[in-house]
Design a protein around this ligand. Structure first.
Ligand SMILES: Cc1cc2nc3c(=O)[nH]c(=O)nc-3n(C[C@H](O)[C@H](O)[C@H](O)COP(=O)(O)OP(=O)(O)OC[C@H]3O[C@@H](n4cnc5c(N)ncnc54)[C@H](O)[C@@H]3O)c2cc1C
Length: 416
């Protein structure tokens, strides 16, 4: 049986390896990976800032926006621990941090890619490098790729246009009569309406972010925030981007991100503590009031927002003003008008419509013998190893369903 895998990224390589594991049982596969780049796994190399956050021990199907029921069969069969064992079988070992994020022991994404690449070579997977698939069609039982090559099955693992400019994966699916949902960048920087962030350019802070749309609190996220011109970035901001991109797909109103710069203290405690600063170092200038709580520059921006002069002596502040300061420290509002473009995103929200695929096999309901796995499907998760977890699990589910089906077919050969 000849199987074409379109895309030599995370899911394509994992799918090929899992398929080739069966070479000593009756079904014999010739697996061929088409990769448009001159080498496989380019995106993998940049994952986790070059360390590759391979999976997350806490990942469950509920973490995948609007896709929990679709993701469930892949997660039931191939949860994070199973993917860690898969890599151990390839000779690659890993460790996890306190948030369940799993990294290779080498801390090198290149090690993850090498483990996958070498396993493919050992098992006889054919690489067709620098071969961009431009067309796929089905003639009878066979698939024709780029108008010439015949395959029995095709697995589309082409990923998405996140971090890329040139992407035709959705077009390939449309050629096979599949539909694509609206798409938008996710795990990406947020852009702000007013450029108050300009004064904070380059400043990082540990904060808690609350995303509100209208009066509704959508989600909260703790972690690092980083400021640039009209931009909020850092992990905590990027985690909010999935919700914000989804909102802008159908709405025009601007969400608001409230930044709590002192999540360690509640409002009353903060008022009391600022009061103690007023008492203890009251002769200092106001510019120094908040430096014990947050980066000095952020403190200055908060005071300026209230129209306070930075040169005033701290002990000139009354309790009403102290409360206003505490309130801004715990909820500085940034109105959000969008996100950075897909070319800067880690993943894409949206993709191949899930109701056109069988979640238990990942086979198309429209075209027999066509499968999809990884990010090309309308599945995305948060930052922290969740998206690669989906890439491995979906790839392995897909490979195993191809194997199962071909074993059934070989024990019931077609008549004639
Ligand atoms: C900067 C960055 C950091 C990230 N860090 C993490 C992280 O640490 N942890 C995590 O879980 N996720 C991370 N992600 C997300 C993760 O990389 C993806 O979700 C994952 O790689 C998706 O796997 P995939 O196999 O679906 O697609 P990809 O890995 O993107 O592979 C798709 C492959 O298909 C090829 N291709 C596309 N079209 C064609 C065609 N027409 N013909 C031939 N070949 C084609 C592409 O060149 C590519 O090699 C990160 C993403 C980025 C951009």
């Amino acid at each position: 049986m000849k199987i074409a895998i379109i895309g030599g990224g995370a899911s394509g390589l994992a799918c090929a390896i899992e398929l080739m594991k069966t070479q000593n049982i009756p079904a014999k596969y010739e697996v061929c990976i088409f990769e448009k780049n001159e080498r496989v796994g380019k995106k993998l190399l940049s994952t986790g800032n070059g360390r590759c956050n391979m999976t997350n021990l806490n990942a469950t199907e509920a973490d995948y926006f609007d896709a929990a029921s679709f993701v469930k069969p892949a997660f039931s069969k191939f949860p994070p621990e199973s993917n860690i064992a898969f890599f151990e079988s390839l000779g690659l070992f890993s460790r996890s941090d306190e948030d369940g994020r799993v990294y290779p022991l080498s801390n090198q994404a290149s090690g993850v890619l090498d483990a996958l690449r070498f396993a493919c070579v050992r098992s006889g997977v054919e690489f067709r490098l620098s071969q961009r698939v431009e067309s796929i069609s089905k003639h009878g039982e066979k698939f024709v790729i780029n108008n010439q090559l015949n395959f029995d099955k095709v697995v589309i693992c082409a990923g998405s246009n996140a971090s890329l400019k040139d992407f035709n994966g959705y077009g390939l699916l449309r050629q096979l009569s599949h539909n694509i949902t609206k798409t938008a960048p996710s795990l990406v920087k947020l852009t702000t309406c007013a450029n108050e962030t300009k004064q904070l350019k380059g400043i990082r802070a540990a904060a808690e972010l609350t995303l509100k749309i209208g009066s509704k609190t959508v989600t909260k996220e703790k972690g690092e925030i980083l400021f640039a011109d009209n931009v909020l970035s850092g992990i905590a901001s990027m985690q909010l981007s999935s919700y914000i991109s989804r909102h802008f797909m159908n709405n025009k109103s601007f969400p608001v991100v409230y930044v709590d710069f002192v999540p360690e203290f509640n409002f009353d405690d903060l008022v009391r503590l600022i009061g103690s600063v007023v008492k203890n170092i009251g002769s200092e200038k106001c510019e120094n009031l908040l430096l014990g709580f947050m980066p000095k520059k952020i403190g200055e921006v908060i005071l300026k927002k209230l129209g306070l002069s930075l040169n005033l002596p701290i002990n000139s502040l009354d309790i009403k003003t102290i409360k206003q300061i505490a309130s801004l420290c715990k909820g500085y509002a940034f109105e959000i008008n969008g996100t950075a473009p897909s070319s800067q995103a880690q993943v894409i929200t949206g993709g191949a419509r899930l109701d056109e695929f069988d979640s238990k096999t990942l086979e198309s309901k429209k075209v027999k013998g066509l499968y999809c796995c990884g990010e090309i499907l309308d599945v995305d998760g948060p930052c922290g190893g969740y998206n690669l977890q989906w890439a491995w699990s979906s790839a392995r589910l897909c490979a195993n369903s191809i194997i199962k089906k071909s074993l059934i077919d070989s024990s019931h050969p077609k008549k004639g």
